[in-house]
Design a protein around this ligand. Structure first.
Ligand code: NAP
Length: 251
């Protein structure tokens, strides 16, 4: 069941005046979201680990006449709390507020039984998918508080709502993502301008999906672009009353 209101359609410039930070903005769903937000008027801050991919997204936005994006090359597997505090400080010197934060970057890890899962890989998955999202959110809260209305979206997964064999650390990291969303939403919902939700994209034709299901024909699943109205809605003020919800982009 979609959570979009009946007949809801993104309006052309509905994200004008908003600054939105997207993690994992160089590929897959994050790239599609960054381009889509920019096409609807937002200034986007592109965070990701492969600078060349971020530059390609930057070039597309400029070529399309969008607001000049920011590029934040950051490897979330290696980033420290201090690095993210410093990043937030630099951002605060150049922009007055942050209206949205899309936690999208994640790694899949190995599809293996827990009995064979390496502890090092487990830690890496938790670092990228959970710890970095916590630290980045905490560092950016003061800037989110400066926005009239702000939206934080965590990216979940079906295996973060119902555990499934062989999804290992990835599934557990997505349960943690849901927990992070719930705690933060409960803390901020009544007392701040910030709403916090999670979004399960469902099966989407990206590199991650193709890795997880190598035998599946890629066209089985929708492209990220085909689903973008859900991300647009959550970053627009039309979702101002939704907080603490575990949402899905596909039924
Ligand atoms: P993807 O195509 O693999 O893209 C993931 C993005 O995250 C890439 O831009 C990647 O950067 C970035 N990233 C990975 N590790 C990073 C790190 N250490 N530091 C910074 N950035 C990093 O995956 P996707 O399918 O678009 O997935 C996006 C989100 O949707 C994820 O949270 C995923 O769990 C979730 N999801 C996807 C599906 C699906 O069917 N696709 C289903 C359920 C949930 P590089 O390009 O530089 O590697």
């Amino acid at each position: 069941m979609t959570f979009l209101p009946d007949q809801w359609r993104p309006q052309p410039n509905m994200l004008a005046e908003k600054t939105l930070l997207i993690t994992g903005a160089g590929d897959g769903i994050g790239k599609a979201a960054a381009l889509s937000f920019a096409r609807h008027g937002a200034e986007v801050l592109l965070l990701g680990r492969t600078e060349a991919k971020l530059e390609a997204v930057y070039d597309t936005i400029i070529a399309e006449g969008g607001a000049v994006p920011g590029i934040i090359p950051t490897d979330l597997a290696k980033v420290s709390h201090d690095d993210l505090i410093a990043l937030a400080g630099e951002l605060a010197n150049s922009i007055p507020k942050l209206d949205g934060l899309l936690h999208n970057a994640s790694i899949l890890g190995d599809r293996k039984p827990l009995a064979q899962t390496s502890a090092a890989l487990w830690h890496q998955i938790m670092q990228v998918n959970v710890n970095a999202a916590f630290m980045l959110t905490q560092a950016l809260l003061p800037m989110l508080e400066q926005a009239p209305l702000a939206s934080v979206v965590f990216t979940s997964s079906g295996v973060g709502r119902q555990g499934r064999a062989f999804w290992g650390g990835y599934a557990v990291s997505k349960f943690a993502t849901e927990g992070l969303m719930q705690v933060l939403a409960d803390e901020l919902g009544e007392t701040s301008n910030i709403r916090v939700n999670s979004l399960n994209p469902g099966a989407v034709n990206t590199a991650m999906r193709r890795t997880a299901y190598p035998a599946e024909p890629p066209q089985t699943n929708p492209s990220p672009e085909a689903l973008m109205q859900h991300w647009l809605f959550l970053m627009s003020d039309d979702s101002r009353n939704i907080n603490g919800e575990a949402l899905s982009a596909q039924s």
